[in-house]
Design a protein around this ligand. Structure first.
Ligand code: NAP
Length: 257
């Protein structure tokens, strides 16, 4: 049986752990060739081995998404290895637990560099490659914190709000230019990944904070990486061919209240 993204070529940034890793594995399982990026080589190579062990095709490229110089080489390597680029998942991101009064300018700038510059650069360079081969799908990881404010995540909220409307600007541009490139954002609630574990541990006792966070989701629990990976898969596949500039909220009802 054909996979849902059979024959497509994908880059997933920040795929060494968490949502990026789960998304890369699912895309490969559904037939895509996947380039995984991140800063931690050992974890990246381990994720590639997990994909190859299932019969998939993948490679790890070490990358800091905030480094503008990293992007042209990554795109070139992808196209020279696999012939094209169809899917970019701008997933890499960081969250620093601090309210507006506590946040230092350095923390603010670091958050913007990774979460916002990284998404801007990825989108810009991916458009350049995708428009040469007939189109593609760009998926930007925003957050429910791109839609609502959380006191302890001031810089994070600002960066994810930026990702949300930047995505729409890029989607409208690509549509008007006739590139056949779709650009969408995903807005997860709390998903049980290293980022969430570290953030909750910073707030207090991890187990108690996990229980409190779960209670804020009407569905009564935190999400799992696959909950987001299936959203990525949908937006990456041709099943979503009329979807662009949209925000896919996957949050157990968190922002429905
Ligand atoms: P995670 O567990 O902390 O993983 C983050 C990934 O990003 C890692 O693979 C990390 O790899 C990579 N990364 C961080 N800084 C990077 C940089 N400068 N360059 C390249 N890669 C970098 O986070 P996650 O929970 O999977 O979150 C993934 C995305 O979803 C993030 O954008 C996050 O904000 C968003 N999100 C998550 C949740 C959630 O509840 N988990 C909710 C809403 C939105 P290295 O350390 O190897 O570089």
């Amino acid at each position: 049986m054909m996979g849902r993204v059979e024959g497509k070529v994908a880059i997933v940034t920040g795929a060494t752990k968490g949502l990026g890793r789960a998304s890369a594995i699912l895309l490969a399982r559904e037939g895509a060739k996947v380039v995984l990026t991140g800063r931690t080589e050992a974890e990246g190579e381990e994720a590639v081995r997990a994909i190859v062990a299932e019969g998939g095709e993948a490679v790890f490229v070490k990358q800091d998404v905030a480094d503008a110089r990293s992007w042209p080489g990554l795109i070139e390597e992808t196209v020279s290895r696999y012939g094209r680029l169809d899917i970019l998942v701008n997933n890499a991101g960081i969250a620093i637990a601090a309210n507006v009064e506590e946040t230092t300018l350095e923390q603010w700038r670091l958050t913007m560099a990774v979460n916002l510059d990284g998404v801007f650069l990825g989108t810009k360079y991916a458009i350049g490659a995708m428009k040469k081969t007939g189109g593609g799908s760009i998926i930007n990881l925003s957050s429910i914190d791109g839609n609502i404010g959380e006191a302890d995540l001031a810089a994070y909220c600002a960066s994810k709000g930026g990702v949300r409307t930047f995505t729409k600007a890029a989607a409208v541009h690509c549509g008007e230019a006739g590139y056949n490139i779709r650009v969408n954002s995903i807005h997860p609630g709390y998903i049980w990944t290293p980022q969430t574990q570290n953030y909750l541990a910073d707030l207090g006792t991890a187990e108690e904070e996990k229980r409190k966070a779960a209670a804020r989701h009407p569905i009564g629990r935190l999400g799992e990486p696959d909950d987001i990976a299936y959203g990525v898969l949908y937006l990456a596949s041709d099943e979503s061919k009329f979807v662009t500039g949209s925000e896919l909220v996957i949050d157990g009802g968190y922002i429905a209240q």
